[in-house]
Design a protein around this ligand. Structure first.
Ligand code: GDP
Length: 137
């Protein structure tokens, strides 16, 4: 069993898609261990996407991620990191496979509805950024 970290991003929360996206997640092998809605602060968004800080889209990404509430979640299942990335689809929705969350719901390469950890190591870091152990049930 492996855990991964997921964010339902502001564009999707704004369009009332939390339930639709979680239906896709729960229809796969993944279990939702924890889920809460919150606003990312500018500082949190900057830290979360620090790896992209030299990219031209960084400021716009931080602005978008703080433009409304997000739903942060911990998912668990076999190969959860890779499986959730598969269900999410490619970063650019124009390149995402049919049936993926981003193909169905993403608005653009930036407002692409969901985040998922890209490695088990990053999943652990991202989960502990938002959740304490007692919240994972
Ligand atoms: P992910 O792991 O599929 O989310 O993709 P990345 O780690 O490469 O990028 C992080 C996030 O930055 C993406 O999910 C998008 O929200 C945003 N992003 C990535 N590439 C671009 C881009 O070329 N332009 C803009 N505006 N945003 C981007």
């Amino acid at each position: 069993m492996q855990k991964t970290f997921s964010i339902i991003k502001p564009d999707a929360v704004k369009r009332n898609l939390i339930g639709h996206i979680n239906q896709i997640i729960e229809s796969s092998e993944l279990k939702i261990l924890a889920s809460k809605k919150l606003y990312l602060t500018k500082k949190q968004a900057e830290i979360f996407y620090e790896v992209h800080k030299e990219r031209p889209f960084f400021d716009s990404l931080v602005e978008y991620m703080t433009s409304g509430p997000v739903q942060v979640q911990v998912l668990e299942g076999n190969n959860a990191v890779a499986n959730y990335r598969k269900i999410m689809g490619a970063t650019n929705p124009a390149e995402a496979e049919e049936g993926t969350i981003r193909k169905q719901y993403a608005e653009s390469i930036e407002a692409n509805s969901v985040h998922g950890s890209d490695s088990e190591e990053n999943a652990k870091i991202e989960i502990s950024f938002f959740f304490s152990g007692s919240e994972l049930v």
